[in-house]
Design a protein around this ligand. Sequence first.
Ligand code: GTP
Ligand code: MG
Length: 414
Amino acid sequence: MIEQVATVGIRLPREQSGRFESLMEELKRLVETAGGEVVKEFSQARPRKDPATLIGKGKIEEIQQEIAGTGIKTVVFDDDLTPAQQKNIEKMLRAKVVDRTRLILDIFALRARSREGQLQIELAQLNYLVPRLTGAWRGYSQQAGGIGTRGPGEKKIEVERRYVRERIKRLKKEIEDVRQHRERARVGRQKVPIPQIGLVGYTNVGKSTLLNSLIGKIDEVYADDKLFATLDPTTRRVKLPAGRTVLFTDTVGFIQKLPTELVAAFRATLEEVAEATLLIHVVDAAAHDWVEQQKTVLEVIKTLGAENIPMITVFNKIDLVPEKLRQTLERKDNYCISGKNGDGLAALLAAIEKKLDGGLIEVAFDLPHDKQRLLSDIYRTAHILAQKSTAEGTHFRLLIDPANWKKMSHDVSE
Ligand SMILES: Nc1nc2c(ncn2[C@@H]2O[C@H](COP(=O)(O)OP(=O)(O)OP(=O)(O)O)[C@@H](O)[C@H]2O)c(=O)[nH]1
Ligand SMILES: [Mg+2]
């Protein structure tokens, strides 16, 4: 049976118009993604958050009366709750109380497939739990009060906390091992490195669909109309128009109020973003709040320390956008694409090529017959301007990364 859920949002003053609505709409989609159904929505406008109960006590009583006797046993708050707030509200509502962070952690736990993903999500969940263990214990001893509160109750929580702390330590070590393993694999894979291009963007903007289109396959990478369809990074080779190969990495999407526990735990995964040569920021032009989404993504990129990586912004789902908006976007020299029907992809690839070629140097040389093994490195890493067979081998004129050229140049004659 589908879990029936009520959502609660708090509308603070000076909030941008429309932001509250889009957050609540997104919360509804998050609940659905987690397997629930929102049957009631509550909101309260307040000058500030209440430290004990987030919203007013009167409002909570009202919610309690509204949900009593219905099938609603779960109440989801859009704002993060302190352990104390969560406990107070649960007591008043007599229902399970979940906040946005907890909800997102739940979805990630449902979705994590790879070993690394599972380790990371467990770490994030435990980090979320630790302060709540303390909170529960404090609440318990206050409730019981006085003599006898130093009994087994406290000991049990102590044991639990120690267990959790130990587990966190072990998880961190395991994640570090996986990370180092991946790092070694990456370095080993490529003596002469090829550019890595990171697809970044808000969740559900069409990053995975775009990657599928670029590799010319419909469903090689899982894409779906769900939030956080992708958790584990996927890397695929793509050939640019002039023949050079690059790697595209598709990774987890971002969201407003992305839990800090999650960013910390997924640091290893998100490192793929921080190490890219170039970022493609995919924006869903058909989302009514794409401006807000774009801002969120730029903030997360900054948290990851990736804000200095060159970036190309593309407006996706252009097939769904009214002609007028499309024209406005194009007039400002934006790339408008449809990952679904392939519109605009050729122009995007050409733009990527141009951007990557920015730091390259032009070289001309003869590759002798006995050095033909270098051919694959050349095709993989260089932008070939001219190629001609000669009596001694092959003559090349290319654009190449200076560092790559250094590794190759002593094998050829200029
Ligand atoms: N009409 C239209 N739909 C698209 C386009 N690109 C993607 N979609 C749809 O948008 C939904 C989300 O696409 P995904 O590729 O899974 O998006 P994502 O950015 O990888 O999402 P997460 O992995 O969940 O962060 C899917 O239902 C796609 O079919 C497009 O250009 N046009
Ligand atoms: Mg995806």
